[in-house]
Design a protein around this ligand. Structure first.
Ligand code: KG4
Ligand code: ZN
Length: 340
């Protein structure tokens, strides 16, 4: 298949049904997303079975509408890329089964995509694109890691979280502060009204060498600091101190990763990359240290179909092998993508 035929991307790894079409010549032609956040909010977190069922209910109409907006028919799609993992197994299987059906019906190629590869390559959807190699900080609800990205499909993990992911820490802390799910963006909003100086939390693992992270202690520190009868200002002050601790920790490790690798390009990806305070900090740090910084726009930091369509296209364009059939892996270490 020539790489210039449009690629349909399907993302169903968690609580977003997302679809997009990427074309090598014309770029992103259309992208749509349905968030299940409101449905899961009642339970305080994602309910896997409900997520899978809702993907089933949404996927057909979402793909039809994305094709319509892109001005394409089903027969114009050259390949269908879908998130094969890591993620919720039932949710993944919906996207995989849909993609396999679409491919069988249209003759399009079927491309399983690693969710984290999608996040890592998301900045390529922007006008200002990083050149390889670069350091990438991937901070999402399920993962927190620093990687050296040599090219499409070539990733070396430099460090990762030993316990909670940064987004998970945001979500759990938000819950402790009485905020509704999904907590990360809500906590960031609360933190904006918080004052500096009243609370201070440690910057975990920054006082020793290495590029790993640990965020579970921070959540415990918040719980210990939080009075049972905390008023609104106290909650905001704690949210502020928590956000400062997480973002400063991430910024310190990013600079360290750039110094240790000698690379001067830094990409930030994943849901927590949408955090404004993190962006501000990294902007300042990058300017001071001669580092070029790349962010996908906020809607391509959180889960989306565009990054999966792009990653599928990039794999085709690089003639990387794709597995046949429906692949769905709840757990899938990123380093397994790197050819031996
Ligand atoms: O990448 P993503 O959409 O899904 C995963 O693959 O995990 O990331 C979702 C995570 C959630 O933990 C959410 O709370 C967090 O990203 N998040 C934020 C913000 N926006 C999303 N955390 C802090 N500040 C934000 N503005
Ligand atoms: Zn994600």
């Amino acid at each position: 298949m020539p790489a210039f035929l449009p690629v349909l991307g399907v993302e169903t790894s968690c609580d977003e049904t997302a679809v997009a079409i990427y074309d090598g010549d014309r770029g992103l032609l259309a992208h749509l997303l349905h968030s299940q956040a409101a449905m899961h909010a009642e339970y305080g977190g994602v309910v896997p079975e409900l997520a899978a069922r809702d993907h089933v209910a949404r996927i057909h109409a979402l793909v039809a509408e994305t094709l319509r907006r892109g001005g394409l028919g089903r027969g114009d799609i050259g390949a269908v890329a879908y998130t094969a993992g890591p993620g919720l197994i039932g949710a993944l299987l919906v996207g995989g089964a849909f993609a396999a059906g679409f491919a069988a019906a249209t003759g399009a190629r079927l491309l399983p995509v690693h969710h984290l590869e999608g996040h890592l390559l998301a900045p390529m959807l922007e006008e200002k694109r990083p050149e390889f190699p670069f350091v990438a900080l991937l901070v999402s609800g399920g993962h927190t890691l620093l990687a050296r990205v040599e090219g499409v499909g070539r990733y070396a993990i430099l460090g990762q979280t030993l316990d909670d992911a940064a987004g998970e820490a945001f979500d759990k802390t938000a819950k402790a502060l009485g905020l509704p799910y999904p907590g990360g963006p809500q906590l960031a909003k609360l933190a904006a009204g918080g004052r500096t100086g009243r609370f201070r939390f440690a910057r975990p693992m920054t006082d020793r060498p290495g590029l790993d992270f640990s965020f579970s202690g921070l959540k415990t520190a918040v719980l210990t600091a939080l009075p049972a009868d905390a008023d609104a200002q106290t909650r905001a002050d704690i949210a502020h101190a928590f956000e400062e601790a997480v973002t400063e920790t991430l910024a310190i490790k990013c600079l360290r990763a750039c110094d240790e690798t000698g690379l001067r390009r830094l990409v930030v990806a994943g849901g927590v990359g949408a955090n404004r305070r993190l962006r501000e900090r990294l902007d300042t740090a990058a300017r001071r240290n001669g580092i070029e910084l790349f962010f996908p726009r906020a809607e391509f930091c959180t889960d989306n179909g565009a990054m999966i369509a792009y990653a599928g296209w990039a794999r085709l364009a690089s003639a990387l092998p794709a597995e046949a059939g429906i692949v769905a892996r709840a757990r899938w270490p990123l380093h397994e993508l790197t050819p031996p």
